[in-house]
Write a protein that binds this ligand. Structure first.
Ligand SMILES: C[S@@+](CC[C@H](N)C(=O)[O-])C[C@H]1O[C@@H](n2cnc3c(N)ncnc32)[C@H](O)[C@@H]1O
Length: 314
């Protein structure tokens, strides 16, 4: 399949897990079809194969709760649309501080549950999220040396952790998260994903000083925009990298969401942030939101996921 002849019918036929997820969503929300056609139709075969793997992980996490997750996905799309209107009107994210995000989102358990469930579905269906999975899978993981000690900060649903646990080059897998509740959810997700390998889940603020642990691979995906000041977090992570080690950074720009605090406006601004933390970028890409080219997304102040593979600068 090429980009030009991609259609939802062909995708659902050729990629079973992705096809099933698309059908489950469209059965309950037919009007979402044009969005999914634009989003998934932009991927080539290799991207779709990787996204199909992610969709299989998503299906395991959804289990028999299809109605609930599809409903929460639709609800979350609505929440994002409202945040987008606010952003386009004001040029700013609604929350500026962690305290605000905590009051409005993190400490609101019913909101958080729906939000996390919706985000899970978006990992396979939203173009920029799917391409982050692709970048991690094809451009980061294959570059790891054998025997790599692997760290992920803020692992969420554990989709990346489960892949790392399955990778023959990875000797140990560790995850840090500041939130005990997030770690509990990650542990539950890993069990549902069938991960049996030992993974150290550690409550830890990435910006906290100290600790002499060193890793060969570090992943921080969709976390920096949740921080009031992301540079100290990246600088700390740069210090936790062994010489020759690599970090995968995924940070969205122009990405209004209820709990996003730190606004980056251009891919170069995101690259400058990574560079300012003592990291040398060896690979980068900018993945626009569904249905947009990069130029179109920049002109519309739309969301772009910025992916970086970097290593210690000196
Ligand atoms: C949106 S989730 C990221 C989920 C996943 N990485 C993804 O790409 O979908 C952000 C996570 O970062 C964690 N986090 C936020 N600030 C942190 C900090 N200072 N140190 C460690 N973890 C942090 C949050 O608790 C949350 O679990």
């Amino acid at each position: 399949m090429t980009t030009s002849d991609a259609s939802l019918g062909r995708i659902t036929g050729a990629y079973p897990a992705l096809g099933a997820l698309v059908r489950d969503v469209l059965d309950r929300w037919p009007a979402h079809e044009p969005y999914l056609r634009r989003s998934l139709g932009a991927h080539d075969d290799d991207v779709l194969a990787v996204v199909d793997g992610a969709a299989a992980q998503v299906a395991r996490l959804i289990g028999d709760q299809t109605d609930t997750f599809c409903e929460h996905y639709r609800w979350m799309c609505d929440v994002f649309n409202k945040e987008t209107l606010h952003f386009l009107r004001t040029g700013a994210y609604r929350c500026k501080t962690f305290a605000e995000a905590n009051a409005q989102v993190y400490s609101n358990a019913p909101f958080m549950e729906k939000y996390m469930n919706g985000l899970l579905v978006s990992q396979a269906l939203w173009s920029n999220h799917a391409r982050a999975v692709y970048g991690y899978t094809r451009r980061f993981m294959p570059t790891l040396r054998p025997g790599a000690d692997y760290l992920e900060v803020g692992p969420g649903h554990g989709l990346f952790l489960a892949r790392a646990a399955d990778d023959a080059n990875v000797a140990s897998v560790t995850a840090w998260d500041v939130s005990p509740e997030s770690l509990r959810q990650t542990a539950e997700a890993l069990a549902r994903l069938g991960v049996t390998r030992e993974i150290a889940l550690v409550q830890r603020d990435v910006t906290s000083a100290g600790g002499d642990e060193r890793f060969d691979a570090i992943v921080i995906s969709e976390v920096l925009e949740h921080l009031e000041e992301p540079r100290p977090a990246l600088t700390a992570l740069a210090r936790h990298l062994r010489p020759g080690g690599r970090i995968f950074v995924n940070v969205p720009i122009n990405s209004p969401a209820p709990d996003h605090i730190y606004l980056l406006r251009t891919p170069d601004e995101a690259a400058a942030l990574v560079g300012s933390a003592g990291l040398r970028i060896v690979d980068r890409s900018a993945e626009p939101m569904s249905g947009y080219t990069l130029d179109e997304a920049m002109a519309a102040r739309g969301t772009v996921s910025c992916l970086f593979v970097a290593e210690p600068a000196a």
